[in-house]
Design a protein around this ligand. Structure first.
Ligand code: ADP
Ligand code: MG
Length: 240
């Protein structure tokens, strides 16, 4: 059972640590709560743990033992911290169903058309997403490009397709890692707007990480920061 007002994602005292000879790195998340459909931007300089945070939220990076990490989606509350302790079992399935991930540079499969790239995740889930894709393609302005291959697109068009691909299976949570870093200012603004609009259209919460305060303002929503402490080789996720 889930409470309709309970957050989509809740983390408490979650930490991700990399150990290496020079001291490694730790990202600390004292507390993070993301509501269904909420928009969150995480600001931080390079190396402050932004990609690490998204990998945690996508169940791609294991947290240290301890702490609390719950995803409420699909009518159930999933204890992610416990799933990691038990050895991942359910996590790939939860990721495939509920998460959409937009990478810095698209990550499209070159031998599939735009349509095939966008419909790959829904197909693996046994979903018919053609209507969702048609609506997304209009929002994103890529409807005329569906039969093309990635190599036949501009960088900005590729990034819009990457957004369509992350959203076509109607995930509850969309994660975007510096999604406009490879784009010029005008294209970046257009992609940021379409990312926000398209996430809203499928009812997904959106978490964008960036070092760019301009992009953060463009996306809007709640702002969090990854604050590095170089002496302690760690960073902490904080409000504001
Ligand atoms: P950002 O995305 O903000 O640039 P990252 O999350 O990529 O930061 O990295 C945060 C810190 O963790 C950096 O100091 C980086 O060198 C380190 N780091 C990232 N991935 C690994 C890894 N697989 N092994 C060891 N250290 C890593
Ligand atoms: Mg990064």
């Amino acid at each position: 059972m889930t409470d309709g007002s309970a957050p989509l994602v809740s983390l408490e005292t979650i930490e991700r640590r990399y150990r290496s000879g020079d001291g490694g790195f730790a990202l600390r998340v004292p507390r993070l709560s993301i509501g269904a459909g909420e928009r969150v931007v995480v600001l931080g300089p390079s190396g402050s743990g932004k990609s690490t945070l998204l990998d945690l939220l996508a169940f791609l990076a294991a947290p240290e033992p301890g702490g609390r990490f719950v995803l409420r989606a699909g009518g159930a509350a999933h204890d992610i911290a416990a799933a990691w302790r038990r050895g991942r079992g359910v996590l790939p399935r939860l990721r495939a169903r509920h998460i959409g991930y937009v990478l810095q540079t698209g990550g499209l499969l070159p031998y599939l058309t735009v349509r095939e790239n966008a419909l790959l995740a829904p197909r693996l889930l046994g979903m018919d997403a053609s209507a969702t894709l048609a609506a997304l393609a209009n929002t994103l302005g890529i409807a005329p490009l569906l039969a093309r291959f990635p190599a036949q697109l501009s960088v900005g068009q590729r990034q819009r397709v990457a957004v369509a691909r992350a959203l076509a299976h109607r995930p509850a949570l969309v994660l975007a890692d510096e999604p406009t870093a490879a784009l010029d200012a005008a294209t970046a603004a257009a992609v940021a707007d379409t990312l926000a609009d398209a996430s809203e259209a499928v009812g997904a919460a959106l978490v964008v990480v960036t070092h760019d305060a301009g992009l953060a303002a463009r996306i809007g929503g709640r702002v969090l920061s990854c604050r590095p402490d170089p002496r302690a080789a760690c960073a902490t996720l904080e409000e504001g």
